[in-house]
Design a binder for this molecule. Structure first.
Ligand code: TRP
Length: 330
């Protein structure tokens, strides 16, 4: 049987967190053997927020180096930079004409982002989900591994695809969100009821992939817990400990029950030591590899050029099919 296809992308916004790693990157690596994977660095999506050109370029190369350092393998998966495949912008335009203002207005990410960037509520911020829908539909992906916060964007992608198929006949595959287990949602260490974020302003709330060993250990030691003293998963009443259980489980490939069992008789201090050791154990080797790769610009260029070439074949074919169906002259 043919392998199911997967598409996913990460925005190149700089300063990646442990949440980005465990929630996405780590899973990308795991999925590349079992599925036909296409992974993009979503650079066009980042343009919805103002940034200077040098930073943007750096963020893109940085993310590529991190992905490669983490083990995304260009011989197994297709990995490319979104803007290198023109069909992404082309598809976004077409799909814009099959998406309603009303549905885009209901997107929670749009509402959040426009509150946060009230001085720059540009049209791109509004149509962001349409570009994302195009990303996915171009590759006829069966599954889209994303974090819980992107579920609504997959739903609108499905709605747009179904609408198009109904008008023009079977064209797009209706994708399913593929929300992966424990790693899917890493929360802040100080504020474990919201997602670990690169823009958190609370000190010690987020672990960055660039943090030193000492910083990581310190942040985990300071992570908020509760007064029960038992390593038990209970998001409602023990969000801090539950988050640490998730982090540890994601790294060690263990279920929360297995983690609870392992630390049955442990106090929070020794549990935190184990979590810190596990986190350092993934971040340190990642940093070493990253340092090698980021210097090797020739290798990185080879990866993204070849990736774009492979992606383009599929994307252009879908684009042509769409142009033809809607009545453009080819
Ligand atoms: N919007 C996604 C995020 O912020 C990134 C993204 C862009 C994406 N295009 C995509 C994710 C296509 C999955 C599929 O996380």
């Amino acid at each position: 049987m043919e392998k199911k296809s997967i598409f996913s992308a990460i925005q190149a916004t700089g300063k990646l967190t442990l949440g980005n790693y465990l929630g996405a990157i780590h899973n990308w690596v795991k999925l590349q053997d079992e599925f036909a994977c296409t992974y993009a660095i979503a650079d066009l999506h980042t343009l919805t927020v103002r940034n200077n050109p040098e930073t943007i370029r750096q963020n893109i190369m940085d993310l590529l180096a991190v992905l490669l350092a983490a083990g995304v393998d260009p011989n197994k998966a297709t990995i490319f930079i979104q803007s290198h495949v023109a069909a992404h912008s082309q598809m976004a335009w077409v799909l814009n004409c099959y998406t309603y203002m009303g549905e885009l207005s209901r997107m929670t990410q749009f509402k959040d982002k426009s509150a946060k960037h009230a001085d720059n509520i540009n049209a791109g911020l509004f149509t962001y989900p349409v570009l994302m829908a195009g990303d996915i539909l171009l590759y006829k992906a069966d599954l889209v591994p994303v974090g819980e916060d992107q579920r609504q964007h997959i739903e609108i992608t499905r709605d747009i695809a179904e609408r198009f198929n109904k008008l023009y006949g079977e064209t797009f595959v209706i994708p399913e969100p593929y929300i992966l287990g424990v790693g899917a949602r890493v929360m802040g260490l100080q504020n474990p009821t919201s997602k670990m974020s690169k823009s958190s302003t609370i000190p010690n709330d987020s672990i960055y992939l660039t943090d030193t060993k000492d910083e990581i250990v310190k942040k985990i030691k300071k992570a908020v817990t509760d007064s029960e003293g038992i390593v038990r998963y209970d998001v409602e009443n023990k969000p801090g400990i539950s988050n640490l259980i998730s982090i540890y489980g994601a790294i060690q490939n263990k279920t929360k029950e297995e983690v609870e069992k392992e630390f049955e008789n442990a106090n929070y201090g020794s549990f935190k030591n184990a979590v810190a050791e596990a986190v350092v154990g993934v971040i340190e080797p990642l940093q070493q590899k990253y340092q090698e790769i980021i210097k090797d610009t020739t290798y990185m260029e080879k990866v993204y050029r070849e990736g774009a070439k492979k992606a383009e074949v599929i994307a252009n074919e879908t684009m042509r099919e769409v142009y033809e169906k809607i009545g453009l002259v080819l």
